[in-house]
Design a protein around this ligand. Structure first.
Ligand SMILES: *[C@@H]1O[C@H](CO)[C@@H](O)[C@H](O)[C@H]1NC(C)=O
Ligand SMILES: *[C@@H]1O[C@H](CO)[C@@H](O)[C@H](O)[C@H]1NC(C)=O
Length: 188
């Protein structure tokens, strides 16, 4: 009885501390004291690390893209992303819904009917931001992707290094880390 009680108390404590979570949540947490208002404005998606087979197969068709981030009334973020595809500039809005904790969002992919979780894991707001994302279906079953966002089209070596170090610490191999080439079209 005593042993069972101790075990139960232990589990209750772990639960209260938020340690009993899904594996992804246990590994990833947003930057402490994430300040969404400082994150607004213009960003360039300049790289990613992933184990998504879709991204790997299509990476030679991907270029640096631009996003303009504005807040939504519900506390989420609206990313208007301008990207190049088949030599055309395309625009789409990615709506990140707030999930209670600052820096933690979910994104429902309209085309795929799947949900992707997004954590703002590290940012200095002025140069770079690292977004850790986990989702199903859209980029392949249980694909983990870390995106590098930079305020300039070409991130500094220091920022690239920071991103590479973070991705490797999360178990991504060197060959899964991609810095996207630039195409001036669609970036003005
Ligand atoms: C997101 O921003 C775009 C561009 O400003 C706008 O057209 C769209 O209505 C916005 N969507 C929401 C839900 O705020
Ligand atoms: C990607 O990596 C994560 C974390 O290691 C793992 O849980 C997941 O199953 C992997 N997904 C694929 C498609 O390899």
């Amino acid at each position: 009885m005593a042993a069972l009680y101790t075990l139960w108390m232990g589990l209750a404590l772990l639960g209260a501390l938020g340690i009993l979570q899904t594996p992804a949540e246990a590994q990833v947490s947003p930057q402490p004291d994430f300040q969404q208002d400082k994150f607004l404005g213009e960003w360039f998606t300049s790289g990613f690390a992933s184990n998504s087979s879709w991204l790997r197969e299509n990476e030679d068709q991907l270029y640096v893209s631009k996003s303009v981030v504005v807040p939504m009334e519900n506390g989420g973020l609206n990313f208007t992303n301008i990207y190049i595809s088949k030599d055309q500039c395309n625009t789409r809005s990615l709506l990140l819904q707030p999930e209670g904790t600052p820096g933690y969002y979910s994104y429902k992919s309209p085309g795929w009917g799947s949900t992707r979780e997004v954590w703002m894991v590290d940012t200095d707001y002025e140069d770079y931001a690292l977004l850790y994302t986990v989702g199903t279906r859209d980029l392949g079953q249980d694909a983990h992707v870390i995106f590098l966002y930079s305020r300039s089209q070409t991130p500094s070596d220091e920022v690239k290094e920071k991103f590479t170090t973070y991705a490797k610490a999360k178990g991504f191999t060197e060959d899964s880390i991609v810095f996207l080439p630039q195409m001036d079209k669609c970036l003005e």
